[in-house]
Design a protein around this ligand. Structure first.
Ligand code: FMN
Length: 197
């Protein structure tokens, strides 16, 4: 059984990212037994990181809010899925605020030298959509942020799925992209399952 933590960073649950995420989850379910923990970040109350550095000493964030559920999901998952729209050439605030609150994982790994995941590598997939036609730097900053997150939470990427021009050509009108997302979902489950063994 693979447990996938699926985090939606768009405020529009049935928008392009939501649709892309569903295609991935369908693929993942087709590949083997799957438990999905889906969280709509826009519906969670997650306060931004306050930069207090207390997590460096305690390994735990001092703020108690809905991020606790995300922490639990991040600790227990076998596979990680994040889908987010590009806003101002970066990740949506919903996604970025969650990522900044992952500083305790950085603290654990680099300051406290503890391995919260017992050496287990989990699999990860990033989906990013941009409304504008492709342009230089549309996705690269967000990809760099998530690459660093993966390092902190012990995730090995199965790929980044990038879709530009999503407003002119929405996900619903992209059968080839949806098929690719389905295949990536299959890989996410298979790699996640092998990480568990
Ligand atoms: C505040 C805001 C800023 C945006 N900035 C960009 C941008 O810099 N580059 C871009 O390609 N699209 C930009 N867009 C378009 C979104 O990326 C697009 O609407 C989104 O990918 C659609 O995803 P969704 O249907 O899942 O919400 C922006 C949209 C909003 C609302």
């Amino acid at each position: 059984m693979t447990t996938v933590l699926a985090l939606l960073g768009s405020p529009r649950p049935d928008g392009n990212n939501g649709r892309a995420m569903e295609a991935v989850l369908r693929g993942a379910a087709a590949a083997g037994k799957l438990e999905v923990r889906k969280m709509l970040l826009n519906q969670l109350t997650i306060k931004p990181c306050q930069g207090c550095h207390r997590c460096l000493h305690t390994g735990r964030c001092v703020i108690r809010d809905d991020m606790d559920a995300v922490y639990d999901g991040l600790l227990t998952m076998d596979a990680f899925l994040l889908a987010a729209p590009i806003y101002f050439s970066g990740l949506s605030a919903q996604a970025k605020v969650m990522i900044d609150r992952c500083q305790p994982f950085w603290a654990a790994r680099f300051a406290r030298k503890t391995d919260l995941f017992s050496g287990r590598k989990r699999s990860g997939l990033l989906i990013l959509t941009g409304g504008q036609p492709a342009y230089d730097g549309q996705f690269s900053g967000s990809q760099a942020v998530v690459k660093l997150l993966y390092k902190m939470i012990g995730v090995q990427s199965v790929g980044d799925f990038l879709a530009a021009d999503i407003e002119a050509r929405p996900m619903a009108q992209r059968p080839t992209d949806l098929a690719e997302l389905f295949s990536l979902g299959q890989r996410l489950n298979r790699d996640g399952a092998s990480a568990v063994e």
